[in-house]
Design a protein. Structure first.
Length: 214
């Protein structure tokens, strides 16, 4: 008797499942189709991004490898185009190449390009912080104290790995201006950082002991 009841229950359950698929066939087909479209679309986007990355990498390599004294403007134009692509890897590299090879001498133009790259939405946090530091480093030769502090504040007020570098840059900036008290303040801040860069801590200690008489 129990076996017959089990068989009946099983048949009833199977019949309900069968009827469910029959009655909802159109909705199930539509749902499945939507899922497939989403998956295919997602995979297509990944492939497009991958191909775009390869293309940008190729353009960067060609521009930098072929660079010489006769094609400076052409190289500059190619690299600025890569910066405008807002790629998290090659846009920063393009800017570094422009600066290192003095293809851009206008400081205002350099800062505009720095700000453009720093504002890339999917840029990794520490890469962004590195860009901020490099912008400050570039500006340290001509910026006022307030301008330099404004650039470096995001690093000074965070626990980024570039905090030691930012403090050291400010300390050296004030030391070069013969403002030893301000320089001493920032050198000492480096020494008390719990997770500060050891090499920078050593350099700060040497500067204090040797040149500022701490």
């Amino acid at each position: 008797m129990d076996e017959e009841i089990t068989i009946i229950d099983s048949n009833t359950r199977n019949e309900k499942i069968k009827n469910f698929f029959i009655n909802n066939r159109k909705m199930l087909i539509i749902g499945f189709s939507i899922i497939m479209v989403v998956i295919i679309g997602y995979l297509s986007i990944i492939e497009i991004k991958k191909q775009k990355k390869i293309e940008i990498a190729s353009q960067f390599n060609i521009a930098t490898i072929n660079f010489n004294a006769e094609n400076k403007q052409k190289t500059k134009d190619q690299l600025i185009k890569l910066i405008n692509a807002n790629d998290v890897t090659y846009s920063p590299l393009a800017l570094y190449f422009l600066i290192d090879n003095e293809l851009i001498v206008n400081d205002k133009e350099v800062n505009i390009l720095f700000d453009q790259i720093i504002s890339i939405s999917n840029l990794e946090k520490e890469i962004k912080n590195l860009l901020i530091y490099k912008k400050a480093l570039h500006n340290s030769n001509f910026s006022t104290e307030n301008q330099l502090l404004k650039i470096l504040n995001p690093l000074i007020n965070s626990e980024t790995i570039w905090k030691s570098h930012a403090l050291y840059l400010l300390a050296e900036y004030f030391y070069s201006k013969n403002e030893e008290e301000k320089a001493k303040e920032f050198f000492n801040k480096i020494l008390i950082l719990p997770n500060g860069n050891n090499d920078i801590k050593l350099a700060a200690k040497k500067r204090l002991n040797r040149d500022i008489g701490e």
